[in-house]
Structure formats: structure tokens, C-alpha cells
Design a protein around this ligand. Structure first.
Ligand code: GLA
Length: 686
């Protein structure tokens, strides 16, 4: 990635480029306008399989040769895609079995994209062939700067070929049928298998399937997709191994375990479309950015796609008003992105996404969007020093795909309407509002760098995750955990000796029963410090052992019993929420627990609509998410506003949706680096 960074001169800027939809005269105008905008890299050929291989084994590379040369001649690097997300119609007609069969038993059909069964040996053979041809031809083309393998890996398939591959995957995982029968508890409802060939993918849409089988199917599907990525990656690497290889991920994407994928890539990349009509979409975006920074241990990641203005796939597609696209772009940089890229460079005239915005919209270079695109290009050049830097937090939040699948994919829980994404955001948001930096961790991450670990509704967690959390607390960490955690093992089997089997000692309490609330039922909860609030949705019939109540119910059958527990575990502290507290009260308690663990935000007192982030110890990003209010932020140091070049000290005013980046201490009168670190870390307000 360092070579890639130096090649693009810092931050990468550009988008998906689909010249196969246009005639060559347009390509020349594209390149002229790309230069005007400061574009330095494009993702090329993402869905171009049909244009590159119009018939089986007949290739048409002439147009791509010309575009690669044209881009290179104009100093624009290429992130070259393997086009395998969109198999051509001839392939599906020759081999209809490559179509994924959906959960309802019907094949996906032709005319969209992602219409392949990842386990199909036929699909994999054809995908390998086109990838090999591309790598043969372009590996040493001077425009090539990165490989973009396929696009947004995603299909879940229930084909016969999926069953064959599932069996192989299960054999590798369990070794013997006895072990599989045990892991899946197949004596329940008489499902015992006596030969591997009896095992199918769980394609029974008319009923619920075995929860361990279902869980393994999710794992298998993620791994099958990953195998497709790895196969293509290995092909391009076999020609040349100094070009970074990645693929683009999605936000809150449940069907691929990105913790398993990230180590296989040179960088992780995200496509994200925060909804301008949703007043909290920037907070959810911030979480994704923290996740992506964390997926490869703090290494910069790539913002691979965003929209220049409106999208077209929802019922209501609101524009990004002036400034919002620039603000969102800087937000991604503030949390570790080394690129700002879009879907797509030029708006398509036809096709499904004909009204999706683009860097160069239908209204052309005189449009507001294009002016903002040119402005963004200018700003990114001014911010090139940010590239390659990172940051690390004191607080970590667990985000685990297995836990997600356990809560949402396997049914049979006390309530079956959990949303893992919502619960994670409920824990993340109060800290975001207080400008507390967070990293995201998996169940097997090293927790030793952190002071606080947040564990939202970890119903299913494996033994490694359990001992990691216990060890963390024992060694003095603060664990903040919410209800229905530590219930089952990695095979979805209830852990022995009562709930919460994994965390009874940790939380200092035993739970007799989980008590989901009736619709609209609320409970009064009083804290030991006198604060009174309400809770809803969930309660636990909890019996304290070593734990102490932090809050108790004031009404209902659990009146007088603990609703929030604190416990000492080793030299650590544990705060356990056994109910869903009203949102603001929950936020206060959560933030208090983080503060008590010695974590202070350097930006205490700055209104929460101004997002404050420090990247690389010296770049302070101030982002005003209010579309109405200009906001003045006091500064306790001098620095340089990198976007205007002005020296700033004492305070800075941000326009509505305004953003800036200050190089701390960059001014003549600014403190020396050591001073500034100390002043920020010691909690000085801005
Ligand atoms: C995804 C895809 C793009 C495009 C955009 C916009 O991110 O990768 O090809 O479809 O969504 O909808």
C-alpha cells in the first residue's frame, strides 16, 4: 500500500469508470474532466465481462487497451477489476447451473448481477479464465496500480453444488460424522446423519432449520465467497506480486465475516451510501469507518464507493445538499481512509442505475455536483499528508459476525426480533456523541491495548472470545456488557450450569430466566445514586452472586431486583445491563463507566453535532453535521487550517455542514509536538 500511496501522491481520488458504456469520443472528454477534478485513480471494468469476452473464449481487449493507455497518458492510475460479479448471458445459457438457487428454491435468473453460485466449479473455472487473461495482458501495464477483485461479494446459494461444497467444508471442520452430529445436536427432532451424502444446505423455507446447521451454513457461505476471492487474487499475484489486491465490502453486511476476509487482502475497502434523509446516518457511517480501520489492525482503508449526491435504489432518494458530500468525504478520512472514491465517474444513460448521481452527472461539468467534485479534488491534494497515518483508541467495541448470526439467523430465541446492527449502534452512539474514539474488535482480537471493552448482546460467543474477555477484565480492564450475552457456544448449544453460562462469574450473577417484555410494557428503574429512568423490551430474572446492583426495578414482578449490575472481576470492573434502558439514561451510564475507567475525550464540551477526530496524532478533523447551525469551536492551541492555509488559534467557526482539518501546532506560534500531545491527551477542551 505504501507504493500505491506514493504512486497516487497521497490520497486516492476517483471512482468506478465504465467506458464500455460510451463511445471513444466521450473517453477523451472524461479524461480531460478527470484531470480538471484532480482524479488520480479509477476502478475500471467492474462489470465488463460481457464486453471483454463476448463469446466463450473470444476476447475483445482492444477497447480496454485504449482506455488503459489513455488513462496512463493522462497520469491516472487504474484499479483494474476482475469482472466476475456479472457473468455474461452466454455463460448462464451454456450452464444454467451457475445461477444461484435462492432460499425459495427458485434460480436467480439473468438480467441483474451477482447471479452466480460461489461453489459452482463451472463458475469458478470461467472466472479463473477471464482473470488469467486480464492478468496476462495488464499485469505490467504502467497504468495498473491495484486489483479490484469482483464486486461486493454476496450471493447465498442453495444449489446442488453448494451442498457438495458444504459437505467438504463440514468434513474439514468436524472430521467425523459423530462430531458433526454432536455439534449439531441432531438427536433433537431426529436428524441424525449416517453418511456425509445425506447432508444438504438448509433449504427448507417452510420451516425453521437446525440452528447449528444454519450457523455453519452462514460460515460456509462466507468462506465459499472468500475462496472465490482468494482464487482470483492468487491468479493475479502469480503474474506479479507487488500490486495491492482487494475487493469492496459493504456496510453492516451480514453474509460475509469480514474479520476472516481482511487478512487475505492488502487493504480493506468499503462502499457506503449514508442516507441524507436519515439524521443519524453519519453516526452509523462513523462506526463503519472505525470498523474498517480496525479490520486490519489500524491500517488505512479505502473508501471505494460513495455517492456524489442521490442514490436511486431506495423508495425516496434525497440529494446530498451543498457541502454534504465534502463533509462525508472528510469524515471517512478522519477515521482512517486513504481514498475517496465514488460510484461512479460518469452517470449512465440507461440501465438500472441511470438516475444514480455521479461525479460527472447528466447535467455535466457546469453542475453543482461537478463543482463540488473539483473542490474535493483540490482539498484532497491539500490533505495528502494525512495518507498513511492512523490512530488508536482506548475503548473497543466487540463486533462479531458469529454473534450476529446467532442472534438473527438461527431463530428460537426468547424474542426473535433482535437487530445486532441496532444494538451495536445503541452502544456506539453515546460515545460518538461525546467524541470518545473507539476501535472495533473481533472475538479473537488482542484486547491488551484497551482500557474499556464494550460487549453488546453477545448471545453466541466462542470459547476464545469468552476467555479473551475474562482475561481482559482480570487484568484490570472495564467490561461493559449488555443483556443476553454468553448464552450459547459456537455450536449454538446452551452453555451448562445456568445463564449466562459464559459470563456468570464475570457479571457476578446468575440468571434464572430471560423475560422479554410484552409489547409496550415499560419498567421504572432507579439507580443507586437516585437517578430514575425507564426500561423496556427485555428483563432478566437475575440473582446476584458477587455482583452489586447499580440500578433496581421499582415496579413489576422484578421490583427490588437488579436491572444493572456492577462486579469486580480480578482487578477489573464489569458493568452489566440486564434490561434495555431508555436511550439517554443508557448513554449517560455508559459514558460514566468509560470515564471511570480513566478515558476522557479531549473534546468534552464541544457540541455533539461537531464531530472531532484526531488522525495520525496531528490532524484534527472538525466536522459540523448540523445543516442549520454555524458552530464556533474553541481551540486551546494554534495550528494551520489545511484547507485555507490560515493560521488558527483560540477558536474556529464552522459553517452548517462545514468541515476543516487543522494541522495541530502547524502554525508559527504553535506548541511543539510533545506539548500538543500532552495537552490533548490530558483532556484540555478545544
Ligand atoms: C454498489 C455497487 C455499485 C453501485 C452502487 C450504487 O456499491 O458496487 O456497482 O451499484 O452500489 O448503487
Amino acid at each position: 500500500m505504501a507504493a500505491f500511496r506514493s504512486r497516487v501522491g497521497g490520497l486516492a481520488y476517483g471512482g468506478d469508470y465504465n467506458p464500455e458504456q460510451w463511445d471513444p469520443a466521450v473517453w477523451r472528454e472524461d479524461v480531460r474532466l478527470m484531470r480538471e477534478a484532480g482524479v488520480n485513480v479509477v476502478s475500471l471494468g467492474v462489470f465488463a465481462w460481457a464486453s471483454l469476452e463476448p463469446e466463450p473464449g473470444t476476447y475483445a481487449f482492444g477497447w480496454l487497451d485504449e482506455v488503459m493507455d489513455l488513462l496512463h497518458g493522462n497520469g491516472i492510475a487504474v484499479n483494474l477489476a476482475t469482472p466476475t460479479a456479472a457473468p455474461p448471458v452466454w455463460l448462464t445459457q451454456l450452464h444454467p447451473e451457475v445461477f444461484p438457487i435462492m432460499a425459495d428454491g427458485e434460480p436467480f435468473g439473468f438480467g441483474s448481477r451477482l447471479h452466480y453460485d460461489p461453489s459452482s466449479p463451472i463458475y469458478r473455472r470461467y472466472a479463473a479464465a477471464i482473470t488469467t487473461k486480464l492478468a496476462e495482458r495488464y499485469s505490467y501495464h504502467p497504468a495498473l496500480a491495484m486489483w479490484h477483485i469482483s464486486n461486493e461479494y454476496g450471493p447465498t446459494a442453495y444449489n446442488p453444488a453448494s451442498s457438495v461444497a458444504f459437505r467438504e467444508w463440514l468434513r474439514r471442520r468436524y472430521g467425523s460424522l459423530d462430531a458433526l452430529n454432536e455439534a449439531w445436536t441432531t438427536r433433537f427432532w431426529g436428524q441424525v446423519y449416517t453418511s456425509w451424502e445425506q447432508i444438504e444446505v438448509p433449504n427448507i423455507p417452510r420451516s425453521w432449520s437446525n440452528p447449528a446447521r444454519r450457523l455453519d451454513f452462514k460460515r460456509f457461505t462466507s468462506d465459499a465467497l472468500l475462496e472465490c476471492f482468494v482464487a482470483e487474487r492468487d491468479i493475479v499475484r502469480s503474474f506479479r506480486d507487488d500490486i495491492p489486491v482487494m475487493t469492496n465490502f459493504m456496510r453492516f453486511y451480514r453474509h460475509a465475516d469480514y474479520w476472516r476476509w481482511a487478512p487475505e487482502e492488502d487493504a480493506v475497502a468499503l462502499d457506503i451510501y449514508p442516507d441524507p434523509a436519515d439524521p443519524s446516518s453519519h453516526i452509523s457511517a462513523a462506526f463503519q469507518y472505525d470498523l474498517f480501520r480496525s479490520l486490519k489492525g489500524g491500517q488505512p482503508w479505502m473508501l471505494m464507493e460513495q455517492a456524489a449526491s442521490a442514490v436511486s435504489q431506495w423508495k425516496l432518494n434525497v440529494v446530498k445538499e451543498p457541502g454534504r458530500m465534502l463533509l462525508g468525504s472528510l469524515q471517512a478520512l478522519s477515521r482512517g481512509a486513504d481514498s475517496v472514491m465514488f460510484f461512479q465517474w460518469r452517470a449512465s444513460r440507461g440501465g438500472q442505475e441511470r438516475l444514480h448521481s455521479a461525479m460527472l452527472p447528466h447535467s455535466g461539468p457546469s453542475s453543482r455536483t461537478f463543482r463540488e467534485v473539483v473542490e474535493l479534488g483540490r482539498e484532497l491534494r491539500l490533505l495528502s499528508g494525512v495518507a498513511g497515518t492512523s490512530s488508536r483508541a482506548d475503548v473497543a467495541i466487540l463486533f462479531d459476525w458469529n454473534g450476529w448470526w446467532g442472534l438473527e439467523e438461527t431463530y428460537g430465541l426468547p424474542r426473535n426480533d433482535f437487530s445486532y446492527a441496532d444494538t451495536v449502534m445503541r452502544h456506539y452512539t453515546p460515545l460518538w456523541r461525546e467524541h470518545v474514539p473507539l476501535d472495533v474488535v473481533s472475538a479473537s482480537s488482542d484486547l491488551s491495548p484497551y482500557k474499556v471493552l464494550i460487549v453488546p448482546n453477545a448471545y453466541l460467543i466462542d470459547d476464545v472470545g469468552v476467555s479473551g474477555i475474562q482475561e481482559f477484565a482480570r487484568n484490570g480492564g472495564t467490561v461493559i456488557m449488555s443483556f443476553f450475552s454468553g448464552v450459547v457456544d459456537s455450536c449454538n448449544r446452551v452453555r451448562p450450569d445456568g445463564y449466562p453460562g459464559a459470563f456468570r462469574e464475570l457479571i457476578g450473577a446468575k440468571i434464572d430466566e430471560y423475560w422479554p417484555a410484552r409489547p409496550a410494557e415499560t419498567f421504572t428503574v432507579e439507580f443507586t445514586d437516585g437517578r430514575v429512568t425507564t426500561s423496556t423490551w427485555w428483563r432478566e430474572d437475575l440473582h446476584l452472586e458477587t455482583g452489586k446492583p447499580l440500578a433496581v426495578y421499582q415496579d413489576g414482578l422484578l421490583s427490588g431486583r437488579a436491572a444493572v449490575v456492577e462486579n469486580t472481576f480480578g482487578s477489573g470492573r464489569v458493568v452489566y445491563f440486564a434490561t434495555l434502558l431508555e436511550e439517554s439514561a443508557f448513554g449517560e451510564v455508559l459514558v460514566d463507566a468509560v470515564r471511570e475507567a480513566g478515558v476522557e475525550s479531549p473534546f468534552a464540551g464541544v457540541p455533539s453535532h461537531v464531530e472531532c477526530t484526531i488522525r495520525g496524532d496531528k490532524y484534527l478533523f472538525l466536522l459540523n453535521h448540523s445543516a442549520d447551525e454555524p458552530t464556533t469551536v474553541p481551540l486551546t492551541f494554534a495550528g494551520i487550517d489545511l484547507l485555507t492555509g490560515a493560521e488558527v488559534a483560540e477558536e474556529i467557526t464552522l459553517a452548517p455542514l462545514g468541515a476543516t482539518v487543522i494541522e495541530i501546532g502547524g502554525g508559527k506560534s504553535g506548541p511543539q509536538p510533545d506539548d500538543r500531545t500532552t495537552r490533548i491527551a490530558s483532556g484540555a477542551s478545544l
